[in-house]
Design a protein. Sequence first.
Length: 446
Amino acid sequence: MNSIKLNIDHAASFTGREKIAALDNEAASALDKVLNGTGAGNDFLGWVTLPTDIDAAHLADIQATADTLRSSCDYVVAIGIGGSYLGAKAVIEALQDSFAAYKPVSKGSPKVLFAGQNIGEDYLAELQAFLADKSFGIIVISKSGTTTEPAIAFRLLKDQLEKQIGKAEASKRIVAITDAHKGALRQLATEEGYKTFVIADNVGGRFSVLTPVGLLPIAVAGHDIKALVEGAREMQAATATAGEDNLSLLYAETRNALYRAGKKIEILVNYNPKLHFFGEWWKQLYGESEGKDHKGIFPAAVDNSTDLHSMGQWIQDGERTIFETVISVEKPHHSVIIPDDKANLDGLNYIAGQHVDHVNKMAELGTRIAHVDGGVPNMQITVPALEERYLGQLIYFFEKACGISGYLLDVNPFNQPGVEAYKKNMFALLAKPGYEKETEAIKARL
Ligand code: PA5
């Protein structure tokens, strides 16, 4: 099977292989907790078997809903934040043309826009102005159904859509993805008669990309969700037992061996701008899962070679508390050859006739060697190409590793109690009903 690969040689050369192997038993027990639900947060393990649980009828329903939106809209706004946003954004960006946003819309092939991932007044005003003369639909995604950012965006865009095409027609172009029973969005969807999909209770937001949360926007953008799920299924099977072949286990062990050796920051590195949002998705997955009890590897991400000209100095020479995990994409989709130039004023003729990707790969290799020489341990994940199947493998690989790694750190990888602190203060500052005491207390501090 053609598959993603993991190379830990240049991390093991720092810790010693024995330090990684010393975690074998702990990691096997962490994997067991993930598979058998015997660890903390075990009511949020629905994602573990999600790829094999998704049946053909469910996938067909998602695809049919996507097709309806595709045939009726030029733009579809996916509204959501955190786990209800980043997975779809990451996959769509990885698969779509880099200049898709600037190309005209062709009938039956809408563009997916995002909202509800911020509270920027300008962002929302500009989105509303852009959509004023457009044919658009909405996918509103909120597991809790009560998150402020997407709720504001949905209130605005729902109102706009209803004014543009009427309430009855608007309700056909709005799809809600939320809890089966709870939350304001569920009630609204029932009252308005929207098509809905359910986010299962046992799948947390950051593990939900392989549910309708991610699959519907990805299908609306025209990508092959069957292949994405198929890739995840392959990785589910490949990471089902402990052993050397289990890449998730090996990655979790290696990053924890590095953490225990004082490497507190992991930088996910890509050499393909299409992977920028994959880095954002990964940051949420690991940051929200592991940053607890005053522990956790800090997840950072860079887009190279761009960031070699901004962060490269720090990575090469700064405090030696970092390690890197590089995602290498083996094959680009296109071919661009650097032309010969008679005058050669830029001195580039020495690479004339070469693929741009060859230069990129040499930048990658040269950087990896320089960083290892500079004291930065390095893991490399090789992805054959940016295609749905390999992205499905990569997503599941990271999710499984995240569960194992969280248990190795001895935290509950599936809750996020820290996220509530800002919400409590924001509600108090906004004088939300029910927060009277908190409002009084916070105002006294200002
Ligand atoms: O991973 C998580 O649980 C969070 O990032 C949530 O996805 C995010 O806060 C959005 O929550 P909700 O989908 O309930 O609106």
